[in-house]
Design a protein around this ligand. Sequence first.
Ligand code: HEM
Length: 543
Amino acid sequence: GAPATGTATGAPTGAPPTARAQQSAYLTNATGTRLRDTDHSLKAGSRGPTLLQDHHLREKITHFDHERIPERVVHARGAGAHGVFEGYGTATSVSMAGVFAKGKETPVFVRFSTVLGSRGSADTVRDTRGFATKFYTDEGNWDLVANNIPVFFIQDGIKFPDVIHAGKPHPDREIPQAQSAHDTFWDFVSLHTEAQHHTMWNMSDRGIPRSYRMMEGFGVHTFRCMNAEGGTSLVKFHWKPKLGVHSLTWEEAQMIGGIDPDFHRRDLYDAIEAGAYPEWELGVQVFPDEPDQMFAGIDLLDPTKIVPEEIAPVQPIGKLTLNANPTNFFAEVEQIAFHVGHLVPGIDVTDDPLLQTRLFSYVDTQLSRLGGPNYNQIPVNRPHVPTNDMFRDGFHQHAVHSGVAPYKPNSMDGGCPFAAGTDLSEEQTRAFVEAAVTVAEATKVRENPASYDDHYSQVRQFWLSMTPVEKEHIIRAYTFELGKCYEQAVKERQLQSLANIDPVLCQEVATGLGLPAPEPTIPLQDLEPSPALSQIKGPFPPD
Ligand code: HEM
């Protein structure tokens, strides 16, 4: 686990550690009194009624009754591991973040997950996978909360509850447990056609990975990075697995789901246990930070779009190695709390409206999931640097703060380092400063820009890039999943979207469903990169 060093937490001087000494020679109750017997309740005679005065019985049962915490509202099912990230030094012209410095080693914890299933659901279902990394950097924690699919279902975070309500089991029957084969999912994605791109990735072999070790990861959003000179670039983050990208076949996924529902969790644990440490390279696509935040006609703030790697190559900037399994699943995998707002100097957010909502949502959900505002004191969440946040008290407060003046500037706690005129140069040079971006003067509206309107051409591009066998898998996936729907109107509406993506795909799925194939309602666009586009390179200097 993460060391306790450097945090404001700790017991009063001289007090023993709070860790429970489970290996000690004797048993105690929660307050340290030794016990002779924890196997028999206190009774009036050996057959008599149990006595209310048995505090140990009540304490033991009460604690047990409160062992469960709520599972994550999404991404409830997961597995994780500790590791190290080593910077290559190739990103310094783009970001001043110390984590990218050449040879710099930073401890990390990674949690992989499925999205829709509950905590006990099977690993091999067709779903998006989470790939969340917490970097315990010298400048504070940086969380890269990524998925294995480079686009998202929606363009605006206000629709997140809607897409999750549609994807989770039906409220009446509470089925299906963890997959997209049901009416509300297809109802949503056929009514919200911006979801068609993510959905096609789900229906492809990417939706059923062979192993967490063989998945890519994508930050999805465009971030804004800053170098030491204050220059900014727009950046998309990519994880590339050293073992390559591999998938199960649908038949394998189905069988393994029955035989070993913990398949991915077991695979990750066993590989690390055997010393076959999984590795990924972190890479970036870098774009000039132009006022319109577009690149090659693609809106960089639209999370349903990729930028093809052919026109913006992914540049490697560091290597991740997972080399240690958790020793306590609850303390590490369950209690870890990621947040896209956990940023370090040199990495900032953009105005992507999905990212903006995420900045609010993660803290909010963790307040209830982890029981109050002090969850960053939980060992796995603690930064590996000293904290001085002036946050006080609250549920599950473990720190015993010294000092009397939790505000700045103050003149009572050993001087006044933040007073006006104080020389901050030494202490503050590594402080996080938001990029000084101009916010356009604009009218308040509830609408998307026109650049978000094209919901189909990148889906078609994805389809056309597939090999024949991959196309066959996609056709069979759509046919199987839609075949589970009860509502004919939902199937017909989704077929209309498929007609707008590709006539062959639509015809094949329609035949499988025993329905007529509709005509497209928009002209098909192939989005061939023009020769001019393929000349464009990011400002990233080659190593
Ligand atoms: C988990 C909200 C979009 C990746 C979560 C959680 C919430 C949430 C509430 C549970 C967190 C917890 O209990 O600790 C949202 C909202 C989104 C959004 C409101 C859109 C507005 C995304 C996107 C990605 C993503 C685009 C990928 C790029 C993840 C991952 C986790 C997660 C990987 C699991 C983290 C873990 O392993 O603990 N999300 N999410 N989410 N989300 Fe999102």
